[in-house]
Design a binder for this molecule. Structure first.
Ligand SMILES: Nc1nc2c(ncn2[C@@H]2O[C@H](COP(=O)(O)OP(=O)(O)O)[C@@H](O)[C@H]2O)c(=O)[nH]1
Ligand SMILES: [Mg+2]
Length: 203
């Protein structure tokens, strides 16, 4: 994917504030600090289009970005960080569920797991919603640079077991080495393409 432009559109919490449903959209989901923002920045070759943080739980908004004037990438709020206020924790579920349910332009979700962590309740709830609303899901395991190559498959096993997704469904990624970037773009392009409205071609 050649990135000509990558621009922040806006932040929103409720549907009334989403940007119009004009462009096909791919969203990024996962727990706080999993590396969502870093992954988006690597994909679009920008150091800090999306703010990354070593203080997790800060971004509790849905952030929309316009890429090449052709499609949108959406950074969803992370979940599972213990130190956010209870009110914020409670608003996370409905905010994301609503988005997945009503966003007509949504073509797929990149669902991100940390190679060092076993998926937890919130991850599985997220998976249930993706299934419930039939959102095409692209599972990615990130931070693979943190693990020795010889230990990778051993670390992947519990993620496969807990999610019930096949091993082959996962793309491995590192924001540090950029490994996996091309494969993720291929999968995004396929998701944007396959779900194109009838009559629209690439010409
Ligand atoms: N080593 C390593 N660190 C990463 C990777 N991806 C993200 N990080 C670090 O993990 C922390 C959280 O990343 P961020 O992208 O802000 O996570 P988010 O909360 O999911 O958006 C930051 O300190 C990043 O530098 C990766 O692939 N490898
Ligand atoms: Mg983030």
């Amino acid at each position: 994917m050649k990135i000509v432009s990558a621009e922040f559109i806006k932040s929103a919490t409720r549907p009334g504030n989403y940007p119009p449903n004009e462009l096909p959209e791919i969203a990024f989901a996962g727990r706080s600090n999993v590396g969502k923002s870093s992954l988006i920045n690597v994909l679009v070759n920008r150091k800090s289009l999306v703010r990354t943080s070593s203080t997790p739980g800060r971004t509790q908004l849905i952030n929309f970005f316009n890429i090449n004037g052709e499609f949108s990438l959406v950074d969803l709020p992370g979940y599972g960080f213990a130190k956010v206020p209870l009110a914020v924790k409670k608003s996370w579920g409905p905010m994301i569920r609503n988005y997945l349910e009503i966003r007509e332009s949504l073509r797929g979700v990149i669902f991100i797991f940390d190679i060092r962590r076993v998926p937890r309740e919130e991850d599985l709830r997220m998976l249930d919603w993706l299934e419930e609303f039939a959102v095409p899901t692209i599972p990615v395991i990130t931070k693979i640079d943190k693990i020795k190559k010889s230990q990778l498959e051993k670390q992947i096993k519990p993620i496969v077991a807990e999610t019930g997704l096949p091993r082959d469904a996962f793309t491995l990624f590192s924001a540090t080495t950029r490994e996996g970037k091309d494969e993720i773009w291929e999968r995004i392009e396929a998701a944007l393409d396959v779900n194109k409205p009838e009559g629209v071609t690439n010409q």
